[in-house]
Design a protein around this ligand. Structure first.
Ligand SMILES: Nc1ncnc2c1ncn2[C@@H]1O[C@H](COP(=O)(O)OP(=O)(O)OP(=O)(O)O)[C@@H](O)[C@H]1O
Ligand SMILES: [Mg+2]
Length: 286
């Protein structure tokens, strides 16, 4: 269920997703991340997922919410995800008074909902959010697990299942926009990177239905393009883009054209770098 929350005057403020699944979201473990998350969760230690775009962070949280039994069964609760952005404030997370026909009415924000039902709350790209959100994150992540709701004059205690998970892409941050130490030192940090070739091929094949050989070729392309990083690419190609290329191929687009639109042109506008990527593409897909 995707829900868009709007301000009283109708402006879009942020997108919140509530994710409820009975079926296991496919996730191929790359290291010990599942054991780390399960152990942290059992201790209610908040988790920070760190890593580049399209490397599996969101899929991992969805998988973990399912694995821990949150999103299935009789007592299921959603995984609540908030895509953070620079205008996101503490009230967007906690809730606000909204005008309706009978006057004003308090509406819980996504974080409050998660705290009340004991859900996992995933704040995606948390550094983007306004600094006032740290006022909420700090008391929620220490042993008290409390959420202050200033406008209601209330402080609520987290339900047992609640866990705060945040994500962060160190590649995007400038010195100005970095996670404060007083915030990041409240989480264990699990690092994500693009998977090794064989595992990435397995993921590509699973997610697109492409044959094994093509999946392996795409994983090889991924590895080589990531090695071009020193030549002016700020981010290597994501697993997500390699899956897009595979899906285009499965649906009839010739391999080189699929790589051009899903990989080369999505990665860069620099024509010289584009040419270097094209060379790698033609060396693999003749
Ligand atoms: N280990 C993995 N197991 C299964 N699928 C994976 C794995 N890693 C990546 N994927 C695939 O790659 C896609 C992109 O991953 P995902 O959306 O989780 O990235 P992300 O790290 O959350 O990126 P962003 O920072 O842009 O939000 C997923 O939809 C999934 O198909
Ligand atoms: Mg994500």
């Amino acid at each position: 269920m995707a829900e868009v929350i709007t301000t009283p005057d109708g402006a879009l403020i942020h997108a919140v997703e509530e994710y409820n699944v009975e079926e296991e979201p496919y996730y191929l473990p790359i290291g010990d991340e599942i054991a780390l998350f399960e152990t942290a969760y059992a201790q209610r230690i908040p988790v920070l997922l760190k890593g580049p775009t399209g490397a599996g962070k969101t899929r991992f949280v969805e998988h973990m919410a399912w694995r821990l039994g949150h999103t299935r069964g009789a007592n299921r609760k959603p995984l609540i995800t908030v895509a953070c952005h620079e205008d996101l404030t503490a009230s967007d997370l906690v809730g606000r008074y909204l005008l309706d026909t009978d006057g004003t009415k308090w509406v819980d924000g996504p974080l409050t909902r998660a705290v009340k039902v004991g859900a996992i709350c995933y704040l995606d790209e948390v550094v983007e959010a306004r600094k006032d959100t740290t006022v909420l994150i700090h008391p929620l992540t220490d042993y008290r697990r409390l959420l202050p709701i200033e406008k209601l004059g209330q402080v609520i205690e987290s339900a047992d299942g609640f866990l705060l998970v945040i994500s962060y892409n160190p590649g995007y941050q400038s010195a100005l926009k970095d996670l404060k130490h007083s915030t990041r030192q409240r989480f264990i940090s699990i690092e994500f990177d693009y998977p090794p070739k064989d595992q990435e091929a397995e993921i590509i094949a699973h997610e697109s239905g492409v044959d094994k050989q093509t999946a392996t070729d795409l994983a090889k392309l991924g590895e080589k393009v990531r090695n071009l990083r020193e030549h002016g690419l700020s981010e290597g190609v994501s697993t997500r883009l390699l899956i897009y290329a595979a899906r285009l191929m499965v649906n009839g687009i010739p391999a080189r054209r699929a790589c051009q639109v899903a990989v080369t042109w999505s990665l860069t506008d620099d024509q010289e770098v584009q040419r270097s990527i094209e060379e790698v593409v033609t060396s693999i897909f003749e």
